[in-house]
Write a protein that binds this ligand. Structure first.
Ligand code: HEM
Ligand code: HEM
Length: 236
């Protein structure tokens, strides 16, 4: 066989599993729980629902923390720690980036979203609405600090979160419609098309999924037990 024919498969487009099922479920459940947290305060004004949705966000964040070490290749934190050089190179020549996971700018935005979400949940746990509803950690916090956490939660964190998620959705739409990259398809099916064959695929076998289920159950049990214990203290 001639040399060009031998190397041709290396340069042919291929489908690579980039987002494993647990990461995709994490993403869409996060979208649901976050929307629930916002709708519950702005439309139905029900703090029970608000805290339930907030606890769901907390469970998902805890799960993502574990999955950042135990998940498929492209879901691991080690695969998206962007350096400044990489980010500048990506801004100068985005087309040269051929990896299936988060590009350096997307990686920064993912870290920012996760961090701001953690701050939103943490401040919510220490907030008070002055109308009979208190986050379960308020028992451990002075009145002055409850005011500060409530101020952050209701007046700063919510805007940061709206800004970052708005930017995230705008960036995804830009990639889909302007750059013709089917990113949404990848977050739905897990697969991304690449112009070459050399990318590593994320593990997404039955064992990985079972592991994710165990981690998720553990995170749910942890949050449930902690909230239950704190609420008993709050009521006492
Ligand atoms: C409440 C709104 C949203 C939040 C908080 C959010 C958050 C996130 C997070 C944390 C990731 C990183 C996934 C991971 O590695 O764990 C991500 C990735 C992604 N999200 Fe969202 N998301 C939101 C809405 C959406 C929507 C509406 C779409 C579709 C239009 C979308 C499409 C994507 C895609 C395609 C990726 C992968 C990006 C890449 O290829 O680098 N997201 N999102
Ligand atoms: C990511 C999850 C969360 C989001 C996005 C979120 C967002 C919000 C928003 C937008 C408000 C209304 C602010 C306003 O009136 O303009 C609010 C109020 C509030 N949230 Fe959350 N929240 C979350 C989690 C939590 C959690 C887990 C708790 C506690 C269990 C909590 C407790 C509160 C309290 C006590 C208020 C009333 C504050 C006030 O009256 O000024 N939140 N939250």
């Amino acid at each position: 066989m001639s040399a060009p024919l031998l190397i041709a498969p290396l340069f042919m487009p291929s489908f690579v599993k980039v987002w494993d099922l647990p990461t995709r479920l994490f993403h869409w459940l996060l979208v649901l729980s976050l929307s629930g947290s916002l709708l519950s305060v702005f439309y139905i004004q029900n703090m029970e629902w608000h805290s339930l949705c907030g606890y769901s966000v907390l469970i998902l964040l805890l799960f993502r923390l574990f999955w950042g070490f135990a998940g498929g290749h492209w879901s691991r934190f080690s695969s998206f720690i962007p350096s400044v050089q990489q980010s500048l190179a990506y801004i100068r020549q985005p087309a040269a980036w051929q990896q299936p996971g988060h590009n350096p700018l997307a990686a920064w935005s993912v870290w920012a979203i996760l961090l701001v979400l953690m701050c939103q949940v943490a401040s919510g746990l220490c907030a008070d609405d002055d109308a009979g509803f208190s986050g379960p950690l308020t028992v451990f916090v002075s009145n002055r600090n409850v005011e500060i956490f409530t101020f952050y939660h209701a007046d700063i964190g919510k805007w940061l979160l709206c800004f970052l998620t708005g930017l995230h959705i705008a960036a995804v739409l830009f990639h889909i419609f302007y750059k013709r990259q089917p990113l949404l398809h990848a977050m739905l099916t897990g697969f991304r098309q690449l112009p070459h064959h050399s990318a590593i695929a994320s593990d997404d076998n039955a064992w990985q999924r079972l592991k994710a289920l165990w981690i998720f159950a553990l995170c749910t049990a942890l949050v449930y037990a902690a909230v239950h214990w704190l609420q008993t203290r709050l009521a006492a």
